[in-house]
Design a protein around this ligand. Structure first.
Ligand code: HEC
Ligand code: HEC
Ligand code: HEC
Ligand code: HEC
Ligand code: HEC
Length: 192
């Protein structure tokens, strides 16, 4: 893959290819759609809706999103810092067997100290460089790319994450800025 991208540094070739690839990619959309709508089984059925309803910020659990490439996923320590204090389970003490099943699982991870292995939902291939930071800095909202998480329990893929999707938005957001457009659709911006 690397070598192909080396060959593609010439702008003329890039534009022609862009057209060809966009056609290829849009043909694959239907297939992707069905592959990605089913959420993978997660170690804990984490309810985004409840937590977002409690006004907990996205960045509290995904703090990487505004300062680095990866948004990050919370460890059980982060969950427990809050759940360990929830009075309704401790005063008077409710037997663990009577806790909601998903919270029993959370407690299990805390006691065994084994990491919760969340299954990735959104992913780009290795030869693509995606970085959250510049997007958040440019004022793109989580919701633009991940949909309305306040209506979901575990995450599902809202958008078909492929090259056509990235480019469509990059074109839309640079309508008044031809120079920036050249940069945001350049192969080397996402592949190097
Ligand atoms: C800042 C506080 C806070 C953090 C952090 C937090 N939660 Fe919660 N969570 C709550 C509150 C409050 C509720 C609603 C009260 C309840 O049902 O226990 C809740 C509810 C839940 C429920 C639903 C329980 C039920 O009644 O069915 C689950 C499951 C859950 N949390 C798991 C997690 C996991 C896993 C994490 C870490 C990824 C986490 N929570 C992080 C505060 C928090
Ligand atoms: C421009 C689109 C876009 C925006 C805006 C965006 N994301 Fe993402 N997000 C992605 C893509 C693409 C991936 C897959 C990245 C990969 O595979 O490296 C991803 C992955 C993630 C992941 C899982 C993997 C990781 O990076 O740790 C989390 C969690 C996440 N995003 C949360 C957020 C939150 C929270 C916000 C808002 C603060 C946000 N995202 C804003 C596109 C976006
Ligand atoms: C209390 C903690 C918490 C809060 C608050 C929270 N999340 Fe999450 N998020 C999680 C956990 C745990 C997972 C892993 C389980 C899953 O995939 O749903 C996750 C997964 C995700 C993923 C999928 C990651 C992947 O693997 O690709 C996205 C996207 C995401 N969250 C976006 C958001 C956005 C946007 C907000 C705010 C509107 C938000 N989250 C608020 C805990 C949280
Ligand atoms: C919803 C709109 C949107 C989507 C979807 C989107 N981007 Fe962006 N992207 C932007 C905006 C806006 C900027 C920042 C432009 C600026 O510098 O002001 C940007 C900038 C970038 C940059 C340049 C960062 C820098 O160093 O300046 C890269 C690389 C990038 N995006 C990759 C991707 C990839 C890869 C995808 C798809 C997986 C993607 N983007 C999807 C809106 C989007
Ligand atoms: C805004 C980011 C972005 C830009 C700019 C971009 N790509 Fe991509 N490209 C992606 C993403 C994301 C994927 C992986 C998802 C997919 O296959 O659609 C990808 C995949 C590919 C693939 C693999 C296709 C496949 O089916 O596996 C090729 C080849 C490719 N890009 C070539 C190019 C060329 C040539 C250019 C310049 C004309 C270019 N890309 C510009 C984001 C970008």
């Amino acid at each position: 893959m690397q070598k192909i991208f080396e060959l593609l540094k010439k702008p003329g070739i890039q534009l022609a290819l862009l057209v060809v690839i966009l056609v290829m990619v849009s043909g694959a959309v239907g297939l992707f759609y069905f592959q990605t709508q089913v959420p993978p089984a997660q170690p804990i059925q984490f309810p985004h809706n409840i937590h977002i309803g409690l006004q907990i910020q996205c960045l509290y659990c995904h703090p990487g999103a505004w300062r680095q490439a990866s948004a990050g996923l919370p460890t059980q320590q982060k969950c427990w810092a809050c759940h360990g204090q929830l009075k309704k389970y401790w005063q008077p003490e409710v037997p663990v067997a009577q806790w909601p099943v998903e919270l029993q699982k959370l407690r299990g991870f805390v006691e065994s100290n084994k990491p919760i292995e969340w299954v990735p939902v959104y992913q780009v291939p290795d030869f693509v460089h995606f970085n959250h930071r510049p997007h958040i800095a440019a004022g793109v909202n989580c919701e633009n790319c991940h949909g309305d998480m306040s209506k979901k329990t575990v995450a599902t893929v809202e958008e078909t994450v492929n090259m056509g999707w990235c480019l469509k938005c990059h074109m839309e957001r640079t309508q008044d800025d031809p120079e920036k457009r050249i940069k945001l659709i350049d192969c080397g911006t996402c592949h190097y």
